[in-house]
Design a protein around this ligand. Structure first.
Ligand code: HEC
Ligand code: HEC
Ligand code: HEC
Ligand code: HEC
Ligand code: HEC
Ligand code: HEC
Length: 374
């Protein structure tokens, strides 16, 4: 049904435009692009057709359905609203919640009874203007602007183009505070899912929101990565392609997106990424913490100076493989141990084997390992 609707919309969009723009041109241009010589009108029309035609639409639709976006699970959007407007599943896991978040600043605190899966209308709506030349081609994206991150409500990322669409969803949730020294030297892990949920790709590309432990490997400047400035989410993941399982709306990176800078083929991971991740994980499994004392509600207890109070029982491992791989254990740990665990989970969840930001990945990895070895 939805499939049919979209075809109708795309068709109507174009035909209504054609009706309005009846001129002697066989394919008329948009009104008054620059109002000088009319030459830009013809170009503008060519660009309308390049998107609003059957032949353009089919590969988009097919590649969309080949993507994880095309089969995403939206069940979370039904039940998980909640008080904290920056931490509701619906804003990233279903169409209605996402649209409300983009348009109203938050999704419904009650969740959505029948959330719709992602579809064209999740990300696309209306062109802001048709003056693409001066205003930039907006792809009718709902959220082409810079995005404020939910994790602190302050930091802004601006990829200056259609990749801003990705930030809204592919960022860490606000579920945990990034461990930082607060004078106690301790950090309390209160769940088995500690770490950035689940898509810290935008923050990795930007080179932020790791726990920047001091160490031998220098941190690259924020927004300095060659992959951020010379390429983009859209360039790598939505490149031109003759197969529908790569590039386009499949979100599978194309090799062609690498060759301009890596002429002899790009490496498929940061050098030694797997070995160093394994080394970090092993160290995290050996960390020794302590169970925290709990109040009547089950929350951690703190003394008058803000130090967490332990109950004397040892916890071995801040990241372990039980009950499932790469889960955190609850307990009181040193700040540095929690920071290293945060970094491990960030690199794991980023899911690009260091590609999104090789230099930042290297610094987080090496400095985390060093901190645990001390
Ligand atoms: C880069 C691709 C692209 C180009 C170029 C493009 N469009 Fe669109 N347009 C879209 C997408 C995607 C949508 C959202 C899906 C939909 O509503 O059909 C859209 C939506 C629309 C809509 C319906 C939404 C609204 O604003 O009411 C109209 C009308 C429209 N486009 C007209 C045009 C015209 C006229 C041109 C040329 C001046 C043009 N488009 C150029 C991709 C494009
Ligand atoms: C409306 C929120 C939303 C937007 C916008 C969005 N994504 Fe996603 N994306 C998701 C969710 C949720 C998943 C996981 C779907 C699942 O597995 O159920 C996902 C999955 C993916 C995957 C596959 C991950 C895997 O585990 O295989 C890639 C790659 C991806 N997105 C890239 C992008 C890029 C690039 C953009 C911007 C052009 C983007 N996404 C925009 C929410 C979004
Ligand atoms: C800020 C956006 C955002 C919010 C809020 C959010 N998610 Fe996600 N979630 C994502 C993205 C993006 C992915 C896909 C990441 C990837 O594949 O790299 C994802 C993936 C997942 C996955 C698949 C993880 C995996 O490793 O396969 C689960 C399960 C999930 N989310 C549950 C939830 C639940 C439950 C909530 C609410 C409590 C929630 N999410 C809130 C963005 C979000
Ligand atoms: C997760 C968000 C998302 C979804 C879902 C999505 N798009 Fe897009 N779409 C984008 C982004 C981002 C771009 C800009 C890509 C670029 O710059 O090349 C884009 C570009 C386009 C374009 C213009 C460029 C091109 O590839 O021709 C068209 C047309 C389009 N989308 C149509 C669709 C249709 C039809 C669907 C549903 C089958 C859809 N989109 C679903 C994010 C999305
Ligand atoms: C330099 C090119 C490049 C850039 C820029 C880039 N990516 Fe990636 N990304 C990749 C590659 C390559 C992978 C690994 C894909 C694989 O293993 O199949 C990847 C992995 C991912 C994954 C996990 C896919 C999976 O199958 O689990 C997601 C989600 C993702 N990227 C989203 C994004 C988002 C969102 C942006 C922008 C903030 C972005 N990427 C920017 C190249 C890039
Ligand atoms: C705009 C140019 C550009 C593009 C496009 C580009 N890269 Fe890179 N890449 C670089 C530069 C420059 C470096 C070295 C600096 C750094 O680490 O950030 C690099 C480093 C890397 C590294 C780290 C190697 C190591 O061990 O230090 C990997 C892996 C990588 N790129 C993979 C990719 C992949 C995969 C793609 C395509 C999906 C891609 N790159 C696209 C410029 C680019």
């Amino acid at each position: 049904m939805k499939f049919f609707n979209l075809r109708t919309i795309l068709f109507l969009s174009l035909s209504s435009f054609l009706l309005v723009q009846c001129t002697s041109d066989p394919i008329p241009g948009p009104p008054g692009v620059d109002g000088i010589d009319g030459a830009d009108g013809a170009d503008g029309t060519a660009s309308c057709i390049s998107c609003h035609s059957n032949s353009a639409r089919d590969p988009i639709e097919n590649s969309f359905f080949a993507s994880k976006h095309g089969s995403s699970f939206v069940g979370f959007a039904a039940g998980r609203g909640g008080e904290d407007p920056t931490n509701r599943c619906a804003q990233c896991h279903g169409e209605e919640g996402f649209i409300d978040y983009v348009e109203l600043g938050e999704s419904d605190s009650l969740g959505y009874a029948n959330p719709s899966p992602f579809y064209c209308s999740t990300c696309h709506s209306k062109h802001r203007t048709f003056d693409f030349e001066n205003d930039g081609l907006d792809y009718a994206l709902r959220n082409p602007d810079a995005a404020t991150l939910v994790i602190d409500g302050m930091t802004v990322i601006d990829f200056e183009g259609p990749s801003n669409n990705c930030i809204t969803c592919h960022q860490p949730r606000s579920s945990y505070v990034i461990p930082a020294e607060d004078g106690t030297g301790k950090y309390v892990v209160t769940s088995s899912r500690f770490g950035p949920h689940h898509g810290p790709q935008s923050t990795m590309l930007e080179g932020i929101m790791g726990a920047n432990l001091a160490g031998p490997e220098g941190y690259p400047g924020v927004a300095s990565s060659a992959h951020r400035n010379g390429s983009s989410c859209v360039n790598c993941h939505m490149g031109e392609s003759s197969t529908e399982t790569e590039g386009l709306h499949s979100m599978v990176p194309t090799e062609a997106a690498c060759v301009e800078c890596h002429p002899s083929g790009a490496p498929d991971r940061l050098a030694e990424f797997d070995d160093r991740m394994a080394a970090l994980k092993q160290l995290l499994g050996q960390v020794v913490g302590e169970e925290y004392a709990v109040d009547s509600l089950g929350n951690p207890v703190y003394d008058m100076d803000g130090n967490p109070v332990g109950n004397g029982v040892t916890v071995t491992g801040i990241i372990v493989d039980t009950p499932e791989p790469d889960r955190s254990q609850e307990g009181i740990f040193s700040t540095a141990e929690a920071q290293a665990a945060w970094n491990y989970k960030t690199l794991l969840e980023d899911n690009s084997r260091g590609i999104h930001n090789p230099a930042y990945t290297r610094a987080l990895l090496e400095n985390s390992i060093k901190a645990l070895e001390e």
